[in-house]
Ligand binder design. Sequence first.
Ligand code: FPP
Length: 251
Amino acid sequence: MTAHPVGLPDPDAGPRHVALIMDGNGRWAEARALPRAMGHREGVQALKRTVQAAPDFGIECLTVFGFSTENWRRPAEEVSDLMGLVRSYVASDLNRLEREGVRVRVLGRRTGLPADIAAIVERAERTTAHNSRFLLQVAFNYGGRADIVDAAQRYVDQLLAGQATGPLDEAALGAGLSTAGGPPVDLIVRTSGEQRLSNFLLWEAAYAELVYQNVLWPDYGAEALGDAVRQFRQRDRRFGAIAARPVLAAG
Ligand code: FPP
């Protein structure tokens, strides 16, 4: 990598793994008197721009919140629009992602997904499984609490089958999460100005930095991502320890 776009001296300063809550599609559309579906469609374009830009900032993994376990409460037409976007995104972009070395992984519950979406998800993962240049994790039918419950249930099943012995610890529970094996989450970004996690990556957020940006998701791209990375690099990450500060002479 040559000149680093963020203009900061240390390209190894991270973040390696950025998680994005892509919020504001509806407001973007409403501000233009367009149907909400148009906001989601533009949201897919923003996602493509962001995935394209991420490696230039030294990012190795992006995790995006595509559809939550709570999003089923939206009107049936909007749910169906979102499912349609997944179909068209995979149909139009899977080959390119595969060629560019992107591994796609889908987080969340497979049960409850329409059968064709479950098959598309499975195909996207299988086709890109050998890639290692970049990891794109799409949280779909995902909820942070549900993921922790599922991990606990997996552990109980292993115990009952005699494949695990107690006591349960963080490593054993973490191994059952849908993010297991991926890099730790360094930065969680939420767009649109809302400031909450909305059941996204609850376990993984433990030591992540949080950045809230006042941009609506369909307007997102390299510039906004660069701004989030810059904010991350100004943070003092201590992981519960004491900061390394220069020692000042007394008196
Ligand atoms: C939030 O905007 C966004 C979503 C609920 C879905 C995000 C989905 C996409 C960007 C496209 C589809 C995803 C993939 C993986 C192809 P909102 O509708 O809550 O916006 P609002 O808060 O302004 O109403």
